[in-house]
Design a protein around this ligand. Structure first.
Ligand code: PRX
Length: 658
């Protein structure tokens, strides 16, 4: 917080010392979509009826469902006999209602000056054309389509084109490596991949097509690759490639949407868990769209004239639910920004907010902490008075950053909604409603109406208010993932076995305070959260041992004041290899190249052994203590206690702790 303005700093400290709470501003309470707590009571009385009412209100059906929830723990369906099309709900119905000229996306390219407005009518036409093109390539209902693109308008176009013809999409974040892409393509059994020549990032170009070529060489089921021309640079060409613009050159502008069952798959999205291989969370059509749309509208207080900006990447679930499906289902005007928040300078976001009159803005705590560091001069350059609601997601937000966001960006007028959810949950589960909830900086507050969450101990008993425990959800909700693609057994085992099949285990630790407010405390499994992005320790470890020099590896997440956590790796080398700074650097690069830049370890430490018990089990608690520079506590159960002292010295040195 050192760079914050001294006055702001004093204010923040004062407010936090007073433990001040923040009730909804009167003006917002009066005008909010949800301005009182009646929805909580309605949902409490009959949560199935609550969601059914909203399914009628928010969705347009070809055949209205008679069924609501069918719950055979741990499997559920919602509105199973209903028939609809998600792309129709996101596009056609708005155009049919006369809103075709409304802007769907204000797209802003990274290169200064480059921007484009896309109306709902234009989006519908572009989606229909690509949908026709995909059909020509033989893509039909149920066929999985991989998408590997940057933040260009054609990314939502590709997703919606898939939705229109009933082909589940599987988007892979453009920052992932060729190997990560290949693994996901294989896992999904994708037969077609949509990509682009290159993307812009921080003034440089990301070689998406070149990466895609490498990936496709490792994913033999992919038979066609559709390539969008974006930067225009020449790219290598394969026989199976087809230019997007050529594919849609001669197709009709309209395309009949495929009538889909409510429970038909809309998409797969891979995420990291406790195992080496990422798993594909499977989301279905009606329940997911409903959850995304309702939460978007109520939590960010979206009116007809709102201008919404979720500054996440579409490659993550946040972008799926709150850049594409939720906002489009609500007919909202959104900002879609291609590039980096610091390009060309740190006021880029504030400049965009001013230019388009953004009313609700949603980003990650890690970015807010960067903004704090850069200082108030940057937001000070722009008029941010259009803002009404601010949001955060992805990791716990420290109260200082929360108050800074509220004061400096929101001008003390805008509620900050801290929203807790996961790839698996499809949409937000724990969150304030800005016109209803009194806020406490650092708390995600309470469960969304219709969501039944609790904190329990190891045995599943409720814990007392104020004590920590495991966050669980004990009733199904419409947007929840239905399985892990191709591995239902793992779905059951990972998420529904600890406390029985009716209880979803989130993997997060949390506590509730005396008012019942939730305070999230981070993952309790082997998942690391770096700058809001999930990585698995096991995935990093199994990557490291692929390197010829590495005999054994262990990875841990250590506290990082800016990025939440950072990755620290411990490596035991094979005979004949010597520890050196160069090798450490090579291994960091190796992991980044294999998984993606977000997985680059902050440090690789070499030891003569890893801290193991006499039975040979690595003591992970100790690794974490070493990486965080904590006291080591009891090491007597170790096979060789001297090991940890040596590792601790190395860690302190590598991580700059003197
Ligand atoms: O640990 C929680 C953290 O992010 C995890 C989910 O990551 P992912 O599936 O990538 O989805 C991120 C965006 C929805 C959770 O298990 N997390 C997410 N939001 C919050 C959070 N931790 C604390 N506070 C939050 N608001």
């Amino acid at each position: 917080m050192s760079e914050a303005h001294p006055e702001t700093l004093a204010l923040i400290e004062g407010l936090l010392k007073e433990q001040r709470t923040f009730p909804p501003p009167d003006e917002l309470r009066r005008s909010a979509i949800i301005g009182d707590d009646s929805v909580y009571r309605e949902a409490e009385e009959d949560f199935e009826g609550f969601w059914a009412r909203l399914a009628d209100e928010f969705l347009t059906w070809y055949r209205k469902p008679a069924k609501r929830l069918e719950w055979n723990p741990p499997h559920c369906t919602w509105f199973e006999d209903g028939v609809l099309n998600v792309a129709y709900n996101c596009l056609d119905r708005h155009v049919e209602a006369g809103r075709g000229e409304k802007v769907a996306y204000h797209w802003v390219g990274e290169a200064p000056g480059e921007s484009r407005d896309i109306t709902y009518a234009e989006l519908l036409r572009d989606v229909s054309r690509l949908a026709n093109g995909l059909r020509e390539l033989g893509v039909g209902r149920g066929d999985r389509v991989g998408i590997y693109m940057g933040m260009v308008p054609e990314l939502p176009v590709a997703m919606l084109a898939c939705a229109r013809i009933g082909a589940p999409h599987m988007v892979v974040f453009g920052g992932f490596s060729a190997e990560s892409l290949a693994e996901r393509l294989r896992d999904a059994g994708a037969t077609v991949l949509v990509t682009q020549d290159e993307g812009w990032r921080k003034g440089g170009k990301v070689p998406l097509k070149a990466n895609a070529d490498q990936a496709v060489a490792m994913a033999p089921e992919v038979r066609r690759v559709v390539v969008l021309r974006h930067t225009g640079d020449p790219v290598p060409w394969e026989e199976h490639d087809v230019w997007w613009h050529e594919l849609v050159a001669d197709v009709p502008d309209t395309c009949e949407p495929e009538p889909m069952g409510a429970e038909d798959t809309l998409y797969l999205l891979h995420t990291s868990g406790s195992t080496a291989k990422p798993k594909g969370a499977l989301h279905t059509s009606a329940g997911y769209l409903l959850h995304a749309a309702v939460t978007h509208k109520w939590i960010f207080d979206i009116h007809d004239d709102s201008v919404w900006w979720c500054a996440a990447d579409v490659g993550w679930v946040t972008g799926h639910s709150y850049i594409v499906y939720g906002p489009l289902a609500n007919g909202t005007t959104s900002v879609l920004y291609e590039g980096d928040p610091a390009y060309p300078d740190w006021d880029r976001h504030w400049q965009i907010i001013e230019r388009y009159g953004v009313t609700s803005y949603y980003t990650a705590p890690t970015l807010i902490r960067s903004f704090v560091k850069m200082g108030e001069e940057y937001p000070g350059r722009h008029d941010l008075s259009s803002l009404r609601v601010l949001g955060t997601v992805g990791e716990p937000i420290n109260p200082e950053a929360w108050v800074w966001y509220w004061k400096v960006i929101g001008g003390g007028r805008c509620p900050v909604v801290d929203t807790w959810w996961q790839t698996e949950t499809g949409g937000i589960l724990i969150t304030p409603l800005p016109g209803v909830t009194t806020l406490k900086p650092g708390s995600a507050t309470v469960a969304f109406p219709g969501i039944s969450s609790r904190i329990v101990d190891e045995q599943g008993n409720p814990v007392e208010r104020g004590s920590g425990g495991f966050l669980i959800v004990d009733k199904p909700w419409p947007g929840m993932f239905r399985t892990l693609f191709g591995d239902d057994e793992r779905y059951v085992r990972t998420y529904f076995s600890k406390y029985g099949p009716g209880v979803y285990v989130t993997g997060d630790g949390a506590k509730q305070d005396e008012d019942g407010y939730y305070w999230l405390m981070g993952r309790i499994d082997d998942v690391i959260n770096v700058a809001g992005h999930r990585l698995s320790t096991t995935e990093i470890e199994s990557t490291l041992v692929e390197h010829p020099a590495v005999a054994e590896a262990a990875a841990t997440g250590a506290y990082d004041p800016d990025r939440g956590q950072r990755i620290v790796c411990f490596v035991l080398l094979k005979d004949g290899f010597g520890a050196s700074e160069e090798l450490g650097e090579e291994l960091r690069e190796f992991v980044a190249g294999k998984i993606g830049k977000i997985a680059r370890p902050a440090a690789v430490l070499f030891g003569d052994d890893l801290p193991k018990t006499r039975s040979g089990k690595i003591m992970r608690r100790l690794l974490k203590n070493i990486a965080e520079g904590d006291e080591l506590g009891d090491t007597t159960t170790l096979r060789d206690p001297a090991i940890v002292e040596d590792l601790k010295r190395k860690a302190d040195h590598a991580l700059g702790r003197g």
